[in-house]
Design a protein around this ligand. Sequence first.
Ligand code: ATP
Ligand code: MG
Ligand code: MG
Length: 552
Amino acid sequence: SESAKLDFIREIVARDVQANTHQGRVHTRFPPEPNGYLHIGHAKSICLNFGIAQEFGGKCNLRFDDTNPTKEDVEYVESIQEDIRWLGFEWDELHFASDYFEQLYEWSCELIRKELAYVDSQTLEEIRQQRGTATEPGQESRYRNRSVDENLDLFSRMRSGEFADGEHVLRARIDMASKHLILRDPLMYRIRHAEHHRTGNQWCIYPMYDYAHGQSDAIEEITHSICTLEFDTHRPLYDWFIEKLGIFPSHQYEFARLNLTYTVMSKRKFIDLVDGNYVDGWDDPRMPTLSGMRRRGYTPEAIRNFCSEIGVTKYNGLTDLVVLENALRADLNKRAERRMAVLDPLRVVITNYPEGESEELDAVNNPEDESAGTRKIPFGREIFIERDDFMEDPPKKFFRLGPGREVRLRWAYFLTCQEAIKDEDGNIVELRCTYDPETKGGNAPDGRKVKGTIHWVSAEHSVEAEVRLYDHLLKVENPADMPEGQDWKEALNENSLSVLKGCRLEPSLADNDGAMPVQFERKGYFIQDARDSAAGHLVFNRTVSLKDSWSK
Ligand code: ATP
Ligand code: MG
Ligand code: MG
């Protein structure tokens, strides 16, 4: 809204627009590396970059930062586009950093000619050792003063494939004593005989992130290049390349990445989970990937609302997962129709209900949204209730069912328990109850009150389903607190998935449109599993539990 205070990035953009910098033009980009699926952290960056473009009448590009051939794949290129669109954004231009390889190569030759770049033939280990420390200057390479001609010759032979991986690198020639470690002759290119998912075997030298990223921004005339805080130490180099090449002056700004409690947020760790079969693929509903969250039942609106709620700052922190879940509950509360489902069924025979008969009762679909209307639910002599809604010897504060006690069946009648039937081992297998035909709709004409209301389904009409409940993927609240050297997978929660079989759903859920979120009354928000649910074998995932329920 207009009156909302702008975050520091939007303040910068607003100031630049005001000052008519770049003719008031705003152009951002979202630059994923196609080496994995997008996660909720990326959503923060997407909402920021695309959001700024929308709010300031600008543009936002999608650029694949595909400069590392060994880890990237078209599968990821496709999933990333699908996930961005699902979140509700559309890019103005689609680019691949690999399309700039030729331009980047030419610019390298230009820097060599200006004596601002050279081919180093030391090993990476030697180069690392010469780097110095924050307090000690680095040491110059013995190859640093090669002639321009020798550098141009070696660099073109690097390109043509004459050398093996690691034999040479191209380095910027800046200052081995700079107080910015990043400016101590950083690498620009390494040799890598590897096939690239787009350029195939056309190249065997690949640019480093720092040499590719700013130049790609400049080529696209990006005005505000927004990245996470770790890159603030890279900014002097970002600026140096742009200045020395005299190209479009894109500028980099850094914001704090998203960290969530009980959640790992790194593609490398997701690959460990998927490859180690700890989860059922990238879209496992426990994964914080956008595809996993979609399968879990998250809505794009909930994720966008969450991103705007947490805002954008310069300080790394840890966001409570509850903030994300509450954004989800708030959204689902408005859109999810209510249904009844019994997850742990106990059979109830209503002995005074006529045998062989049934009826249909009216149920409100969503008390938050009158336009959602009502539906019919079948009721008959045998129903299922939750096993834990009955106690043989209930304490005083237990307002559900017990011997001789009366409760309200949601949308139906008052019900009184007469008898619990047990098997040989003493397990309760069935309840015998009576109902009061005068209480249809849930109120007694004599003004008699009951405290508890429970959900139920008709035994005859209900459909069977498998229901999957989820808990945190990790047992530790802050993964960053784990001791150095400990395998982070030891923190995995072995109870993160519970599979319930033989659950009973009201029949309208049998032909529920798979994409439609529902609330199972008292049990939480659920969605049909997009992968495993089929006509004869319904599977529902719990998206999130309810914070409050209308009956405890
Ligand atoms: P990962 O560590 O999961 O591989 P990454 O930063 O390497 O993430 P990129 O594909 O390079 O992944 O990220 C694309 C964009 O998303 C970058 O601009 C990056 O800063 C941003 N981004 C990545 N993770 C987060 C996060 N947790 N919070 C906010 N932005 C993020
Ligand atoms: Mg990365
Ligand atoms: Mg990373």
